[in-house]
Write a protein that binds this ligand. Sequence first.
Ligand code: F0G
Length: 461
Amino acid sequence: MTTLKRRSWAEPFKIKMVEPLKMTTKEYRQKALIQAGYNTFLLKSEDVYIDLLTDSGTNAMSEYQWAGMMLGDEAYAGSKNFYHLEEAVQKYYGYKYLVPTHQGRGAENLISQILIKKGDFIPGNMYFTTTRLHQELAGGTFIDVIIDEAHQTEVEHPFKGNIDLQKLDDLIKKVGANKIPYVSVAGTVNMAGGQPISMKNIKQVRELTSKYGIKIIFDATRAIENAYFIKTREDGYQNKAIDEILKEMCSYTDGATMSGKKDLLVNMGGFLALNDYAIFEEARNMVVIYEGLHTYGGLAGRDMEAMARGIEEAVQFDHIRARIGQVEYVGEKLLEFDVPIVRPIGGHAIFLDAKQFFSQIPQIEFPAQTLAAEIYLDSGVRTMERGIVSAGRNKDTGDHYYPKLELVRITFPRRVYTQAHCDVTIESIVETFENRNNIKGLKMIYEPKYLRFFQARFERL
Ligand code: F0G
């Protein structure tokens, strides 16, 4: 007789509407892959069985959110949904001022243009693609000051998203505080494998930056997932509610850029939130040029309503536990089969370590790109490269960046897939792993100028 080791989490919802999926054969997928230049971003979504490309904008909305969509006030100016969203951001994130944007990068563009001068440096806990590009387009240089453990896939550390205070202090001393407009702090660091930052670390970064009069801009895209890790891993937070933890994190920062397409359970939307009136005033002026009037920022009224309602649902403990529980389920199963993944298991995704997975493929033959292509071919599961292709090229030398992490991200949309979908995914990855020695790398045959991972094309070697 076996005994029960633990009780499972389960989804705090049931399914009301379904979206049929197309089942394809391996021959079909082989053709689709060649047409897509071995780039999973270029596949047609209808050719994908289980879409784990991203958790961005792919969430299932609740009946409460859909009901809110019907209450969209589509006025050009002063929509009541804007005021609802503003109130929700003030209540749950704690910032004073809100500028809605069509998605996260719209907010990144505004804050980068407002705060960064040519020649500035922006330290942060690992880069994110769009965030760094906006910082660079504004004339700045991003400097990675995350702890070293974040670059080591096997090292277990509860808060791999932490900032190395010594690295930050050294940079400030080297370039001078007046060259650092802000520190870019992200919750659950995407490129590090969905790894959280601790409350203690954010607080320490605040203390250090306050000494020099440097601001902190928080990438709050997955801050609620970060709050879950603080609650479950950091001393003193076990009995605090997710929304209390979220608000405390934000309280150590001066503003936030937000992609609502992740934590906030919507398909489109974002915002810039600020405490400083002068910066807000400038952002509110500028948003009109790039996004739309300051009370809609590129969003329909109904989108703002769905996002406001999404905040309320996203901070519920049962929701966030099931969301992260699903990711942990997949990660733990892969570990049982010795598949190399980034540890600890991240918040929104499992990250396969493609360098270890395909130890025979050198980084310049794109092991992670190859792995994402192979998984699709095997089962129709779509994942994403997060390695040398995503890292792009150094803007001064034109050389590839060779990131230490060469990963494939298996990302889970919120409230979308079942445990059986997870099992199919696990089986496909395990089978690809068992067959790993027969697989060759890729060569790049087309490279776009910006954010090349979206549109680059490859051929098999
Ligand atoms: N910050 C982080 C940490 C992100 O993960 C993203 C988007 C953004 C900012 C930009 O937000 O897409 O709304 O403009 N990440 C998506 C992903 C694209 O798949 O991880 P956006």
